[in-house]
Design a protein around this ligand. Structure first.
Ligand SMILES: O=C(O)CCC(=O)C(=O)O
Ligand SMILES: [Fe+2]
Length: 302
């Protein structure tokens, strides 16, 4: 199993078996999980109302009558949210149930068995709008795909620990399924953390940094983090959709002109992921690295 995402923070994090820890009634939380400085979700107007992330219906998107409306909704969601929940996606619930069962079995394996699947930092697992569409197709055809299973144990002091640090995905898109139906994803929107409640039958689709770069900042990748539940374990599966290995990452050429100069550099996929892997998960730092400094713009080979 490999991932186009970094290993989770550091080796201490990945070697400790959280299932084993959780069996210990006198559990002390390892330092690597400790995040006493996390920004709390912001309650709007002092009450517990949080805006729901938009829902996109794939059946409507491909239907004759409703495609136009749904596409407009998808476009504004990509600009304003960088995440949506996809319904009527065609992935059968029996398949998801099977996946849930098998992943639960996996997490229950002894630590030595699980370590055989440990992600190495430079692991890559391949295979798996007119001119813009062509550029997109070229980028994705034979694109890299990888998957990460996330297990978050319950913790009686959830406000002191963090499941997954704030980050945006380095991908084009990420398809996220909350396998056991427990919420815990938070997204940052307009500088405010919002807990996300995902419909049981929906898949969450996150826009990754590559889409922000390709769209030259028109669409935004979503900064997100995973919180811990005080009583329930949480299992999520993130399916990362990436570009092909020998592609270039940069703003779509068809979008660039003197009025709309490139905001991001153009570099090879390998260099892009090397840069990503060399960092800790920390907000949108990888995207920052890709930004063209002010005034530098037109010197880049577009
Ligand atoms: O578990 C989640 O909700 C988020 C997982 C995630 O962001 C990731 O694996 O990159
Ligand atoms: Fe993520």
């Amino acid at each position: 199993m490999a991932s186009s995402q970094p290993p989770l923070e550091n080796s201490e994090f990945s070697i400790v078996s959280v299932q084993e820890l959780n069996k210990d009634p006198n559990i002390t939380v390892p330092n690597s999980y400790f995040r006493p400085d996390q920004e709390p979700p912001k309650l709007l107007n002092g009450n517990h109302y949080f805006p729901a992330i938009p829902t996109i219906d794939l059946e409507r998107l491909v239907s004759k009558e409703q495609a136009e409306f749904e596409l407009a909704k998808l476009e504004s969601t990509c600009k304003e949210w960088g995440i949506f929940q996809l319904v009527n996606h065609g992935v059968s619930s029996s398949l998801l149930e099977k996946l849930k069962f098998e992943i639960q079995e996996f997490f229950n394996l002894p630590l030595e068995e699980k370590m055989k699947y440990k992600i190495k930092p430079d692991d890559f697992e391949g295979k798996t709008l007119n001119t813009e569409i062509k550029e997109m197709e070229e980028l994705f055809e034979d694109g890299m795909q990888s998957v990460r299973f996330n297990y978050y144990p319950p913790c009686s002091k959830p406000e002191l620990v963090m499941g997954l640090a704030p980050h945006s995905d380095a991908t084009v898109i990420t398809i996220l399924n909350q396998l056991n139906g427990v919420d815990g994803l938070h997204i940052k929107k307009d500088s405010v953390w919002i807990p996300v409640s995902i419909l049981p039958e929906a898949l969450a689709i996150n826009l990754g940094d590559i889409l922000e770069i390709m769209s030259n900042g028109l669409y935004q990748s979503v900064e997100h983090r995973a919180s811990i539940n005080s009583v329930k374990e949480r299992i999520s599966i993130a399916f990362f959709v990436g570009p092909k290995f020998d592609a270039e990452i940069g703003p779509a050429r068809s979008l660039i002109n003197p009025e709309n100069p490139p905001l991001f550099k153009r570099i090879g996929t390998e260099e892009y992921f090397k840069s990503f892997f060399s960092r800790k998960l920390k907000g949108k730092t990888n995207l920052e690295y890709m930004k063209i400094e002010h005034g530098e713009g037109m010197h880049h080979n577009i």
